[in-house]
Ligand binder design. Sequence first.
Ligand code: 5RP
Length: 296
Amino acid sequence: MADLDGLKDGKDFGIGIPVKEKPFFLKGSNHLDWGMQSRLSRLFNPKSGRTVMLAFDHGYFQGPTTGLERIDLTIAPLMPYADVLMCTRGALRQTVDPTLGKPIALRASAGQSILTELSNEFISVEIEEAIRLNASCLAAQIYIGAKYEHNSIKNVSKLINEGMRYGIPTLAVTGVGGDMVRDARYFGLATRIAAEIGSHYVKTYYVEEGFEQVVNGCPIPLVIAGGKKIPELDALTMAFKGIDQGAAGVDMGRNIFQSESPLAMIQAVNAVVHELMTPEKAYQMFQDLKSDLTRA
Ligand code: 5RP
């Protein structure tokens, strides 16, 4: 039986001190449940409000592309420097050390390859599996303007519906439809649709013209993909411009793991994203780290 002797009545109720209601730090996320906000706080650094997601999920349709032939050798050393790891459940179980404690953005779609129609995806991961893997978010492509646009919206909606039951956010990944022009109008349309159907954040591409309109027309956080490999200074410049114009981070793959020095690059990207380091300084940091690493 509980010991009820000596119970003391509470005295200090802080009468007159209002309870502090702190608004949640991510846009569009204030009314989400505690579990959702907790997971989003793992995905985005609450201090900077931003994230560096290291994407290495490409193999689910590209196979062993350059830099991902041996994830255990090339990507594992980069993982400690990322805020979030974006990968398939296969790569997760095969190559990610569970003691690392990094939040996982789980690629939850599949169904096509580089040899077929890219927009023809389905949801390949059950919600129970995502919970078993302790995923911090679920990700699938939204292919606006593509052949299987309708199906891709259904896929993302399925993740949102299932994730909402268990407090797991959904990342909608804008896959560019066949004949679409990659401009602010297109990404404005795709990211807004992603937000309106209930996604919790969205990945898109940076565009030189009108990116601020894309960001401001999208009521949820938006992260930018790196896209195909470009010179390091250009990739850092793109990341800087994206962040400066309101992106909440990067979801970068090839421009990190195909860099001349992936370890140096991920640290330079981190400085741009979290400290808004200028591209020139970040590039110098990249060069310095690269030569240190070569000497070591
Ligand atoms: C593949 C993806 C990738 O995660 C995404 O494209 C980011 O990688 P990269 O920076 O190489 O573009 O969603 O479908």
